[in-house]
Design a protein around this ligand. Sequence first.
Ligand code: IVH
Length: 721
Amino acid sequence: MAERLREAKSIEQEIAELRRELLEHDYRYYVLNQPIIADVEYDAMMRRLRELEAQRPDLVTPDSPTQRVSGQPAEGFEEYFHKRPMLSLDNSYSIADLRQWAERCEKLAGGRKFDYVAELKIDGLSISLIYENGLLVRGVTRGDGVRGEVVTQNVRTIRSVPLRIGEGRGSRGEKKGKQASLFDDEAISRQPKEIEVRGEVYLPKEVFEEINRERTEQSLPTFANPRNAAAGTMRQLDARIVAERRLDIFCYQLLFDGEAAFSTHYEALEWMKHAGFKVNPHSRLCATIDEVIAFCDQWAEGRDELNYEIDGVVVKVNQVAVQEKLGATAKSPRWAIAYKFPARQASTRLLEVIYQVGRTGAVTPVAVLEPVQLAGTTVARASLHNADEIERLGVMKGDWVFIEKSGEIIPQVVKVIPERRTGEETAIQFPTHCPVCQTSLVKPEGEAVTRCPNPDCPAKLKAWLLHFAARRAMRIEGLGEALVDQLISPRVKRDKKGKPVKDEHGQPVILPPLVRDVADLYHLAERRDELIALERMGEKSADNLLAQIEASKQAGLARLIYALGIRHVGERTAQILADHYTSLERLAAATSEELAAIYEIGEVVAAAIVDWFKQPRNRSLLKRLAEAGVSLEVERGGRQQVARVFEGKQFVLTGTLPNMKREEAKAFIEERGGRVTGSVSKKTDYVVAGQEAGSKLLRAQELGIQIIDEAQLLALGGSRS
Ligand code: IVH
């Protein structure tokens, strides 16, 4: 009996310790961005906690870190009336407007002194987090400002949202005594029963791009911008899908029992930071409107350095007493204003629509535009997504349209300008047959995507080969579009002198394509002569390509899983699967229950994986890849090892690089031990400059910092190790 009691106590203790540690690591990782343990150690602790909680379900509490993702999908959302309406903001579009607003504030303040807080205007959706007795009890969307939707389960998946106020903050190493209580500050004498924290939920740019890349690959309609993606995600009924999307939050408003918590807004920000909430680190207390304007200028220029979208600056009067004096209209407070950055929109003419067929057969309409300058680049194409989008926009050939670009994202057609119609415009006819193989297209009821159902459509094969060879996948450099076109097309047989060989009827002899699926790439070495015979393919380039293909056999399991192009399996999921199963054989044998039990893998993804491995076509492909010597195991030592040649070096990226996306360049540097920072300082070792490099390049020149281009970066890093 005594033994049993002791055991029970130790489980409780272990659970308490694990929770405390996990919360601390969450806080370090998600709020401070300074993890001190590796992911695998974190996962092991989480696994142990789950195990213990499974043994003792009576000990599971709603604020346990295991409760971030619930197993049960919600059934629609409940409504909730906000205690205080969630107002929106008035916009100003020029510095002159901003000055006028400040003058008005001064006048209405009636001689009271005040200062301003300037904050980044995060492009996401506002959310209210409600804590009762310190525990997160409700997450509510803004809705119409008065009434929102209860999305607590989804909000819980945001790792930087504390489930209990103050959790994890013990790790901040603050001065002794400061942590004793969050409420011992002189500024407040009350201990509120209800604390409401409002903030903006957003998707980091790279996650947004990854989601859209995956959605394109999976033939799902893409999101127009991170805000829509975040809003769409928050309204998902399955919290596990939300968890996969990795939303984040910046908190900007604090209410204690429905009232402003402190006498100044800046103190509220400080309190939230202290209490473990994620507050934007760039917020600034400004004594004058000139300081605010300098802040606006700085961020209009610097917005691309951030890993989230901002569309302006929010300026707030800092003193609550002055805020109250200024009051609010029905829609927005008079004490705050949004300064909006110049839009990244342009108008141009839509000349033509072309149709691209993707890896899964999805047919995507692409607008061909009269080239136009937009945010530093010339834009000649823009996405139209799908047939439904064309209908929604009501766009016609020859129309003047607005196009928009956010961050590094592909431009979109956002609106037609009907006033500019001449009557010459013509309707856009979505094709009924595949533009590549002429098979009749299908559009399943209720789906936005039109697809080519032909499994042997050359366009699908082409897209798959390009995906397979991509830098993020098997990294076969040199396997570009022109070459893939030749590899998958039938060829005319030629003799040694290059003359077409004729058959007995005098017709040229046609040879089958060199490549019919990705496994055929690994047999090209046996057909070197035929490879050399292709157009623009000399011996040297053929041998280079073959060497790249050979090297790709060791790309490692995560890259291979991603390269297979399984629906819903993007890079991150591929990495999780590789870490978990360590061999393709074991992954192929997994059941959907087993897969769905992995943290961060939902049922939809699990089903897609099982389905892919069930197909006889795919099974035989895997067999052939294995026979060709492609490694189907996790490489020793985990992720692919590269020499850490950039250890201790600081890089700054500026402008558009010819081949690499910014995030690819960043990953390339980080894999090799280097660090990428947002601004040039004396500590910077290299500035990697591409086209349209701006002020950072000038600054680097001023400081005499070494400036390199993409090719030099690749050479320094040893493009492949
Ligand atoms: S304060 C009464 N601060 O912008 C003041 N809003 O266009 C309420 N937003 O609905 C908002 N970043 O969703 C505030 N730092 C920030 C913000 C911010 C983004 C959003 C918020 C608001 C919208 C108004």
